[in-house]
Design a protein around this ligand. Structure first.
Ligand SMILES: [Zn+2]
Length: 71
């Protein structure tokens, strides 16, 4: 289990959404959509699952940076 995180579009900070899940079930929820109050710019950010990731401290995930190739 890990915390679902999103990135604040204004400040670039990672925000905890307060939602706990595991990566497998999160990956399956392709149409997941939510709003999270941002502690950095004090706005509500709307986000989709594709913008979010699960921060699991027990699993070291190597994320590719620089994106580009569409799945
Ligand atoms: Zn923000």
């Amino acid at each position: 289990m890990g915390m679902v995180m999103v990135r604040c579009p204004q400040t670039g900070h990672a925000i905890s959404t307060g939602i706990k899940t595991d990566r497998e079930s999160f990956r399956r929820s392709t149409v997941f959509f939510a709003r999270t109050p941002c502690p950095f710019c004090r706005a509500d950010h709307a986000w989709f699952a594709r913008d979010a990731w699960v921060d699991e401290p027990s699993i070291r995930v190597r994320r590719r940076r620089g994106g580009g190739s569409p799945a």
